[in-house]
Design a protein around this ligand. Structure first.
Ligand code: ZN
Length: 188
């Protein structure tokens, strides 16, 4: 599976694409929901680490990687933003479903994710029980339970920086070019 770094960088990439900020990491208040929701499906690891689930292999990549969880994430997002009187809460609700879908896509398209969950993810749960796997593998991914300096994890994290870092740089180079040409002013 991708590391939290990879999922977070995918959040930064989507933030740059959708919000059109004047800085890739600012304002942090707008970036924070992207980072949190991009990693939210892996909350099942926290349950595991709290000692409630003995065999993470049977649990990770299950219910939290599904449409049902995306809808729960959307409800939680709406509730939090409603409490803070955020006016754009409906947009963030759509974003919560979208970021959960992106998270699942990334988990499906890396080598260690495939090894971890060879049966695939229950993407339609609770509306369907079938699982889905992807034959196209893009990222190497990382291995849980190993040191960050393990060769597998070093390769996995480096490729995440390479893929998402270059994508973010491309978005910013394109935006800078449009901005210089005066056709696309910064909005945030
Ligand atoms: Zn995941």
């Amino acid at each position: 599976m991708p590391s939290p770094i990879g999922h977070s960088l995918s959040g930064v990439l989507l933030y740059s694409l959708l919000e059109k900020p004047s800085h890739p990491f600012r304002p942090w208040q707008k970036l924070l929901p992207y980072l949190l929701i991009a990693n939210l499906p892996d909350i099942d690891f926290m349950v595991y680490r709290a000692g409630r689930v003995r065999f993470v292999e049977d649990y990770h990549h299950a219910y939290s990687h599904s449409l049902g969880f995306g809808l729960v994430a959307a409800l939680i997002t709406y509730g939090v933003l409603w409490a803070f009187r955020e006016k754009e809460r409906f947009r963030y609700v759509l974003l919560a479903v979208g970021l959960t879908a992106v998270h699942c896509f990334l988990d499906l398209t890396n080598w260690t994710g495939q090894l971890f969950s060879p049966g695939g993810l229950p993407l339609l749960w609770p509306f369907g029980q079938q699982t889905f796997a992807c034959p196209i593998l893009i990222l190497p991914g990382v291995a849980t339970g190993k040191s960050p300096f393990d060769p597998v994890n070093l390769i996995g994290i480096s490729s995440e920086f390479l893929l998402f870092g270059s994508s973010i740089a491309l978005v910013w180079a394109y935006r800078a070019k449009r901005h210089d040409a005066g056709t696309m002013p910064n909005t945030v």
